[in-house]
Structures are given as structure tokens and as C-alpha cells.
Design a protein around this ligand. Structure first.
Ligand SMILES: NC(=O)c1ccc[n+]([C@@H]2O[C@H](COP(=O)([O-])OP(=O)(O)OC[C@H]3O[C@@H](n4cnc5c(N)ncnc54)[C@H](OP(=O)(O)O)[C@@H]3O)[C@@H](O)[C@H]2O)c1
Length: 233
């Protein structure tokens, strides 16, 4: 256990991040997860029975000091960092012509600035392990939706992933963009209902993340766009 790989996941107390954390813990990794809500993180740790390999930290992924201290604390607790997963994100589910701009600042900061801050804060540790960066983007970062401001944040994540890869591959660090279609998670709570059609489970997307992370050394899966059957766009 003391030498097992370590993964830090932002927004890992629910949904896709929590499913990835569970999968990696089952595979013997040590996992640190962040989130803004202490209660949510406590609930997640309670559900798993507070295993030694799980560290939960309250913190905002869009705040550089907080994300740097999450990286530092992970290194202090576990001594190494092999993978970071920039997963924290949300949608205001509104449009540029009719939506409420009050919600956009936090969404843009979390979805776009957050992954960049995580990369900046963790890159030195990842160079040491020749580790991996996973960005959770979206199909909405590959297709255009009418007025979709959230989609624009995910287009930025698509760009950040490849821009990052072109720099950090020189350091031996891998970069994977996972771009899911619709997944049944608390992401949809603020939408008011689940969208129509068949949705992935969080575990199904976690499988894609874990598959990419567990590639042999020297293999870098760059882009995974994965939709549930029946999702046309
Ligand atoms: N569900 C889908 O259909 C879908 C499809 C494509 C992509 N995605 C992407 O998948 C990622 C994970 O979403 P999910 O579906 O698993 O939804 P989720 O269950 O709502 O997970 C998002 C997590 O991020 C945390 N979070 C939000 N803002 C944060 C911030 N500023 N700092 C730290 N943590 C923050 C939330 O916890 P707190 O609120 O407590 O901070 C929550 O635990 C997101 O990037 C989302 O855009 C989702």
C-alpha cells in the first residue's frame, strides 16, 4: 500500500469523480478527492468506510491557493502523485441569449480555469512519477449546441488538453481528455430532470478513465469521446 500509485481527483465526492475514486481504490491505489461541500465529502467517505487510502479535502478547484494546498497535502500524506483528474465542473444549463449571466463566472472559473490550475499545481510532482493528467471534458466540447455557454467551457477544455499534451509529453507526462455524453449524476439536479434517452452510469464513464490511466508506461491515450447509444449529438 505505501508504494501504490496516488490519484488526486477534483470534485470527487459525487458522480463521475466518485466512481473513478471507487474504481481506483478497488484497484489498490490511494486516492485524494476534493470538493466544495464538506458534507458531500464526508458522506462519500462514510459510504466507503473511511479506508486508509482515501483522503478527502474541502477546496475550490477554481482557487489556486486551495488547489495547490490540495496537491501539497496529497504529497505530504502519500509521498507521491501519479495521476490528477480535473473533474470538478458544472453547468448552468442556460443559453447565451436568454440565460442568467450571474451564474457564468463561477462556471467558467471552475470548468476552464480549474483544470489549468490543477495542471500548474501538480506538474512538478507528475514529472517525478512520469504521471498522467486526465481532463473530464464533454461531448459538448466537440459539438455545437444552440447558445450553450457550458458547451463553450468544454470546448476550452478540449483545447487545454491538447495544448497541455504538446508541452508536457516532453516531460514524460501523459494527457487524456475524456469527453462523455450524458451521464446520470447530480450534474442534472440543477436542470430539474434527467434529459431524455438512455444515459451512462457514472461507473461506465469511470471505466473509460481507469482504462486510460492503466495503460502501460509509454502509452498515452489522448482523446476519448464516448456517448451512450441513442445520443445523436
Ligand atoms: N453528467 C453528465 O451528463 C456529464 C456529461 C459530460 C461531462 N460531464 C462533466 O463531468 C464532470 C463531473 O460531473 P458529474 O456528472 O459527475 O456531476 P456531479 O456529480 O455534480 O460532480 C461534480 C462534482 O464537482 C464538485 N465541484 C463543482 N464545482 C467545484 C469547484 N469549484 N471546486 C471543487 N469541486 C467542485 C461538486 O461538489 P461540490 O458542489 O460539493 O463542490 C461535485 O462533487 C464535470 O466536469 C461535468 O461537466 C458530465
Amino acid at each position: 500500500m505505501t508504494d501504490s500509485p496516488v490519484t488526486l481527483i477534483t470534485g470527487g465526492g459525487s458522480g463521475i469523480g466518485a466512481a473513478v475514486a471507487r474504481r481506483l481504490l478497488d484497484a489498490g491505489q490511494r486516492v485524494a478527492v476534493t470538493g466544495r461541500g464538506e458534507e458531500r465529502l464526508r458522506g462519500f467517505a462514510d459510504e466507503l468506510g473511511h479506508p486508509d487510502g482515501l483522503l478527502t479535502m474541502v477546496g475550490n478547484a477554481a482557487d489556486y491557493d486551495e488547489i495547490q494546498s490540495a496537491v501539497d497535502r496529497t504529497l505530504k500524506e502519500y509521498g507521491r502523485l501519479d495521476t490528477v483528474v480535473a473533474n470538478a465542473g458544472f453547468a448552468t444549463h442556460d443559453t447565451v441569449a436568454e440565460g442568467d449571466p450571474a451564474g457564468w463566472t463561477e462556471m467558467v472559473l471552475t470548468n476552464v480555469l480549474g483544470p489549468a490550475l490543477l495542471i500548474r499545481a501538480s506538474i512538478d510532482a507528475l514529472k517525478e512519477t512520469r504521471g498522467r493528467i486526465v481532463l473530464v471534458g464533454s461531448v459538448a466540447g466537440f459539438v455545437h449546441g444552440p447558445g450553450n455557454v457550458y458547451g463553450a467551457t468544454k470546448w476550452a477544455v478540449t483545447g487545454l488538453a491538447e495544448n497541455t499534451r504538446r508541452q508536457v509529453t516532453e516531460f514524460g507526462v501523459g494527457v487524456t481528455l475524456i469527453a462523455p455524453g450524458r451521464v446520470e449524476t447530480p450534474f442534472w439536479d440543477s436542470y430539474g430532470s434527467l434529459p431524455p434517452g438512455h444515459l451512462f452510469t457514472a461507473d461506465q464513464i469511470a471505466d473509460s478513465v481507469v482504462w486510460a490511466v492503466e495503460q502501460p508506461a509509454g502509452v498515452d491515450v489522448n482523446t476519448v469521446v464516448v456517448r451512450p447509444i441513442g445520443q445523436p449529438n
